[in-house]
Design a binder for this molecule. Structure first.
Ligand code: BTN
Length: 179
């Protein structure tokens, strides 16, 4: 089967993961992907604020429950997919920092947060991925620990194309895992 997902795009949103959870409650197809250009309440692990200005790539995938029921395992799985996609697309060498980060040149470039949500009788996982693509500058308190693809590569990244590459690859990897 050729990979297929359903995109719901927003300009400014509170958080793509909050929106995805809302969609699950209302009944939604698995592999719906919520993407936004900007988030004003983006969050990460332990409720940490996720810096989400225009330029970055922010999306949440509504996943069907498969063989991998462990959220940590799901997140590590996704970090590997993101890292492999970046490697392939940009000829760079990202590294995975467990449990949920992708690093480039010793700075964080991507964070992943996976949560379980119970919808109409069915259990879904919402996987939120924040990728620093075209962010040119970070606030002072963040700049020592984080970076973006644009800063590291010196060029603008096509967010739409990258989203498609990541979700398609994730879907392929999932199908392989789940038979
Ligand atoms: C972390 O490193 O703690 C995880 C960060 C996850 C951020 C992403 S951005 C898209 C999605 N929406 C959110 O509010 N959070 C996740």
């Amino acid at each position: 089967m050729s990979p297929h997902f359903f995109l719901q795009s927003f300009d400014v949103i509170d958080s793509t993961s909050m929106k995805a959870r809302e969609l699950v409650m209302g009944g939604v197809a698995p592999w719906t992907v919520v993407v936004a250009s900007e988030q004003n309440q983006g969050y990460g692990r332990k409720g940490n604020f996720w810096y989400s200005p225009i330029g970055g790539l922010y999306f949440s995938i509504i996943l069907p429950r498969g063989d991998i029921n462990d959220l940590q395992a799901l997140t590590i799985f996704a970090a590997t997919t993101v890292s492999e996609t970046l490697k392939e697309q940009f000829r760079i060498k990202p590294s995975i920092k467990l449990p949920n980060d992708v690093y480039l040149n010793d700075k964080k470039i991507c964070g992943i947060l996976t949560e379980n949500v119970v919808g109409e009788r069915v259990l879904f996982s919402v996987m939120g991925i924040g990728l620093n693509t075209n962010i040119e500058q970070f606030p002072h308190e963040l700049e020592n620990g984080v970076t973006s693809l644009k800063i590291e590569l010196g060029r603008t990244i096509d967010n739409e194309a990258l989203l498609e590459h990541i979700v398609t690859r994730l879907q392929d990897d999932f199908r392989t895992m789940n038979g």
